[in-house]
Design a protein around this ligand. Structure first.
Ligand code: IMP
Ligand code: MG
Length: 199
């Protein structure tokens, strides 16, 4: 086994090709994240958060997380933003339309942006810039379920809430797709591994 094929995941050394986050682990981590978010905003005495989630990938994570947040008593206003940046497995340019942001009504808001995964950071950076251009917000935080270890990440963003740090591999499941496929999988898995299993 080559050293670079080995990853360190939740205390267990695994080969990258074995990479998987099971349904139960996802569920548990979402609950923990909700607690972290609840604690953060309670400490700041913020009682209403404006949640903006990024379509399409974040839809499953968002629906799980907001119900956990609700059970902790957090009040939310939830809106979506549509961003298309991925074609297949290669990160392309981020296309944002002003009109998609105009009815978000974020003046004076405490904004929490949710996304499925952070790779180059271009998507969340572009969203941040666009919101700051249009609105006078009170605060903005980011929550991503997965954060890819990406040494060539071009944009440095301060992500306050992270579900799992994962290696630099292409993953699918739990809302994440490859050309529209595999979003419905209840677990997260290395695409390469999934392809191999299906051979
Ligand atoms: P970024 O702008 O490079 O950070 O890309 C973030 C977006 O690309 C995410 O919102 C995802 O939709 C998509 N993406 C990045 N990595 C993966 C992956 O491993 N699987 C599926 N989608 C991904
Ligand atoms: Mg996305």
């Amino acid at each position: 086994m080559e050293l670079f094929d080995t990853i360190y995941f939740k205390g267990i050394v695994m080969e990258e090709e074995d990479f998987v986050i099971l349904e139960e682990e996802i569920k548990q981590r979402v609950q923990e994240l909700a607690k972290e978010i609840h604690e953060f905003y309670s400490e700041k005495k913020i009682s209403l958060i404006h949640v903006i989630f990024v379509l399409t990938g974040a839809f499953i994570f968002t629906s799980d997380l907001i119900r956990e947040l609700n059970s902790l008593g957090i009040k939310m206003k939830i809106k979506e933003i549509i961003v298309h940046s991925y074609r297949g497995m290669h990160s392309g340019e981020v296309l944002l339309e002003d009109r998609d942001f105009l009815d978000l009504k974020l003046n004076n808001a405490d904004v929490l942006i949710l996304d499925d995964i952070l790779d180059t950071g271009k998507t969340l950076h572009a969203i941040k810039e666009k919101i700051l251009e249009i609105y006078a917000i009170k605060s903005m935080e980011f929550c991503v379920f997965l954060k890819k270890e990406n040494n060539e990440r071009q944009v440095d963003l301060d992500i306050r809430f992270v579900g799992f740090n994962i290696p630099n591999i292409f993953v699918v499941g739990y809302g994440l797709d490859y050309n529209g496929e595999y979003r419905e999988l209840p677990y997260i898995i290395n695409l390469a591994q999934l392809m191999k299993d299906h051979e």
